[in-house]
Design a protein around this ligand. Structure first.
Ligand code: IUR
Length: 471
């Protein structure tokens, strides 16, 4: 129950849990109290049981957009927010992806946006499970440091225009505590909790515009396009309600993005994109994502004009120059930063093995998930946050979806060390290549939908009815 007057309220957490368990919306004061208690919970074990029960009640009963927005705001208030010079207002942009396989889009995108005049304070994460992390990819370059203070970020944005860094401890500290609790209480997959977690960190960056790449498919967090749309609506609604022009792309994540999977190999492929080359699907994601952002922050009159601007800076070398400067500013020796594209500075694994196509036909699908799971088992990724990864482990796809292939021709090149590749893993990799007898085809765009804020739509409500929750 609530007691007190003015701004001083005293709540019993058990009353808040019961209210949410019964499917009722929580008030702003109750949500504020919960986040404050979460911060106190850092030092009081007795709080953990309460918090876990509340997370489960939220997981089962959901939150409406108002509650989700309040939770996001209160999480932001648990720490510091980044502040930028007045003259950068309108230019501060970022992208968030829900995670994929071979997703190196941020590497060319941040410097391309900087080359177009934007300021990009990109805060990224490390990979966990089968999805890769942008910081892991960049850390395959000798000397790169993702550990940059807000003052260092400001300096890098001044001199280069973009940085890609890890989350500092005083930015949304409540998220770290809540995420760890969600991880051990089977409540990670809650729409409002994901929304508040992702958006609180973006709000704390003080952005002018944000684009979200919400993936669906076998290798994505959201298995179906409907799940991805629901998450995208929730993220966009909170972003716009908190004053950040936000849109979301809904993109397919069944096949790996580009031809390379694995940290060093993905940096090499990102460099190709920064030289105006590389796989078409990667270039499309970079140019269109960047195009939407330039349009959202008023630096282009349309998405297509924005995409043309991004394509231009990829083709004329100015995005590559920004990338090299960013690497130098984040600790990489200038000679290494400038010769990354010669490939010799990025580690090569000791074993390289090619597998061959077993049936002549057309490549219908290259299943990203089993490939990523095998590469993870070989050391490319983490099962738990404390695992150490080997940046040299990875795979190159030698064929593309839609391509006609002949039995006996190589289709994948695996880079591994210890542990060695097993026969069961070779077999699982072979099963990841799906061949059809249909004629060759042009692969469709990965972008399947675009979600913009629509305040007339009722479907933004993520609160489940109690009957649904118990089904
Ligand atoms: N990434 C985040 O920042 N937060 C989340 O809850 C998930 C992914 I799931």
């Amino acid at each position: 129950m609530m007691e007190g007057c003015n701004d001083t309220f005293h709540f019993r957490i058990s009353d808040i849990i019961a209210k949410k368990r019964n499917g009722l919306p929580l008030s702003s004061q109750e949500i504020r109290h919960v986040v404050k208690e979460t911060m106190r919970g850092q030092v009081q074990d007795s709080q953990l049981g309460n918090q876990s029960a509340l997370l489960m009640a939220i997981r089962l009963c959901g939150m409406n957009p108002e509650e989700t927005m309040t939770l996001t705001k209160e999480m932001v208030a648990s720490g510091c927010v980044l502040t930028w010079p007045e003259e950068w207002h309108g230019l501060l942009v970022d992208k968030h992806s829900t995670g994929g396989v071979g997703d190196k889009v941020s590497l060319p995108l941040a410097p391309a946006l900087a080359a177009c005049g934007c300021k990009v304070p990109m805060i990224s994460g490390r990979g966990l499970g089968h999805t890769g992390g942008t910081l892991d990819k960049l850390e395959s370059v000798l000397g790169f440091s993702s550990n940059q203070s807000p003052e260092q970020m400001l300096e890098i944005l001044r001199s280069v225009g973009c940085c890609i860094v890890g989350q500092s401890a005083n930015l949304v500290p409540a998220d770290k505590i809540l995420y760890e609790m969600r991880d051990v209480t089977a409540t990670v997959d809650s729409l409002p909790l994901i929304t508040a977690s992702v958006m609180s960190k973006k709000v704390a960056e003080s952005l002018s515009a944000l684009i979200l790449d919400v993936k669906f498919g076998e290798a994505a967090q959201s298995p179906t396009i409907e799940d991805a749309r629901r998450l995208a609506h929730s993220l966009v609604t909170v972003g716009v309600s908190l004053g950040i022009p936000t849109i979301a792309l809904i993109t397919n994540m069944d096949n790996p993005i580009g031809n390379c999977i694995g940290n060093s190999l993905e940096v090499i492929e990102a460099l190709k994109c920064l030289e105006g080359e590389g796989p078409e699907d990667l270039r499309e994601l970079v140019t269109r994502t960047g195009g939407y952002l330039l349009c959202l922050c008023g630096q282009a009159v349309s998405e297509s004009q924005g995409a043309e601007k991004i394509a231009k800076v990829l083709d004329d070398g100015s995005a590559l120059q920004c990338f090299q400067k960013m690497m130098e500013a984040q600790g990489v020796q200038p000679d290494i930063a400038r010769s990354l594209n010669s490939n010799s500075n990025l580690g090569k694994a000791s074993h390289i093995e090619e597998l061959v196509v077993q049936t002549t036909g057309t490549v219908e699908l290259i299943r990203a998930r089993p490939i990523a799971e095998i590469l993870n088992a070989l050391g490319a990724g983490r099962k738990k946050a404390t695992d150490v990864i080997n940046h040299r482990i990875g795979a190159e796809l030698l064929v593309r979806v839609g391509q006609h292939v002949k039995k006996g021709s190589p289709w994948i090149r695996i880079h591994y060390e210890k542990p060695l590749l097993h026969d069961t893993q070779r077999e699982a990799l072979q099963n990841a290549l799906c061949i059809t007898d249909q004629p060759a085809f042009t692969p469709p765009s990965l972008i399947k939908d675009i979600i913009i804020y629509d305040d007339k739509k009722e479907e933004h409500d993520t609160t489940m009815h109690r009957e649904e929750a118990f089904n």
